[in-house]
Design a protein around this ligand. Structure first.
Ligand SMILES: C[S@@+](CC[C@H](N)C(=O)[O-])C[C@H]1O[C@@H](n2cnc3c(N)ncnc32)[C@H](O)[C@@H]1O
Length: 358
């Protein structure tokens, strides 16, 4: 145990400890996933919705691609402090030990509110206190600190997850290590992706597409070409058309009437598994209800033939997602995609989204 100024930091006897938040009820899935992704480490469920992994080496064996994670806190320590001021002082002391890059993020949240955008008062007060300290003692860091709601796609990431008023997990991840953890990190505080409510799309499925875009940090833009397979009733298509993108939608059923009349839409009634574009499109979107193996074969063909530049594809499972199929998806994306996520989204039930860029 390290002690300074009355603040205690529980130093791990292991070289490195990571914590992973997951949605309630998915602990077993994340545990199994961690075991297969990082077999050299010891994993345990530390409390509902939170797992801990301990490594004997400071450097992880390889990046973990995790589907059932809400947020990862790599290189973490368990800390104790008695007041808001002490928490702020502790974070400040950590900041003085590292060379901050030109952009850094502080995500301060309550573990009981992981995956919740609006945080309770205590984590917000700790952030406010730290901002005051920085303004007095470390002005350069105050200037480069990003807003709490700004997505942390790059830069240093400091996370404080309160387990109780006086105990927390503190993780400091320098920007140089960001890419290593990119397939398990969530750029949003507490792993809560802020998806705006929209009554216009004909289905709530639109939330999956917005979440996928936010997670990967790339939006469908004006003039981009998109193919939406299994598009009806048109939740994803409504998003694409609202961006002034050019859309070919394929389904056995038509989209909602007003979408069908949209001049940006070319609708093709038929089997999405038989559709191939004449030339490379910017986005492949696929939300067909089908056996996951079939969807993987479809994606494999599109990726191998370089038919798209980016993709959002859902793998749907009958009941609990199957980790073997998910591992196969990870191998496919590792082989063909430069930047990708395999992720159980906030809006997913028994499904996992494959999101990436070639
Ligand atoms: C979950 S819904 C898609 C929802 C859509 N993404 C949205 O935002 O509204 C699945 C769709 O897949 C379609 N579908 C199922 N099998 C298909 C196939 N072989 N080819 C094309 N569409 C198919 C169904 O008709 C259904 O409209």
């Amino acid at each position: 145990m390290l002690e300074f100024d009355g603040i205690t930091e529980l130093a791990s006897i292991h070289m490195r400890t990571d914590y992973y938040f997951c949605p309630a009820g998915l602990e077993k899935l994340l545990y199994s996933e961690l075991q297969s992704e990082l077999p050299g480490a010891r994993h345990e469920v530390s409390q509902p919705g939170l797992l801990r992994s301990e490594f004997d080496d400071a450097d992880p064996p390889h990046p973990a691609v995790l589907a059932f994670v809400t947020q990862a806190l790599p290189h973490a320590n368990l800390c104790n402090c008695n007041s808001i001021s002490e928490w702020a002082e502790l974070i400040l002391s950590k900041l003085t030990q590292i060379e901050l890059s030109s952009t850094w993020h502080l995500h301060c949240f309550d573990a009981a509110f992981a995956a919740v955008v609006k945080q309770p008062q205590r984590p917000r007060l700790i952030r406010k206190k730290l901002e005051e300290l920085l303004a007095r003692k470390l002005r350069s860091a105050r200037r480069t600190l990003q807003a709490a709601e700004a997505p942390a796609h790059a830069g240093d990431l400091v996370q404080l997850a309160l387990l109780s008023p006086s105990s927390a997990i503190l993780s400091v991840l320098p920007s140089t290590q960001r890419t290593f953890f990119s397939a398990c990190l969530n750029p949003f505080q507490a792993g809560a992706v802020p998806i705006p409510n929209d009554k216009f799309p004909p289905s709530r499925a639109y939330r999956k597409l917005l979440e996928a875009e936010l997670l990967i940090g790339r939006n469908i833009g004006p003039g981009e070409t998109c193919v939406d397979l299994g598009a009806a009733p048109g939740g994803w298509s409504a998003v694409v058309l609202s961006r002034q993108a050019l859309l070919t939608a394929v389904d056995r059923s038509p989209l909602r009437d007003d979408l069908m009349r949209n001049p940006g839409l070319t609708f093709q009634k038929g089997d999405g598994f038989k559709f191939m574009p004449k030339q490379t499109v910017d986005w492949l979107l696929c939300d067909i209800i089908a056996y996951p193996q079939r969807t993987l074969e479809l994606l494999s063909t599109w990726l191998k033939e370089k038919c798209c530049r980016a993709f959002v594809v859902t793998l749907k499972f009958k009941g609990t997602p199957d980790l073997k199929t998910i591992a196969e998806a990870k191998r496919l994306l590792a082989a063909h995609s430069r930047h990708y996520l395999v992720r159980h989204l906030q809006s997913n039930k028994n499904e996992v989204a494959l999101v990436g860029e070639l």
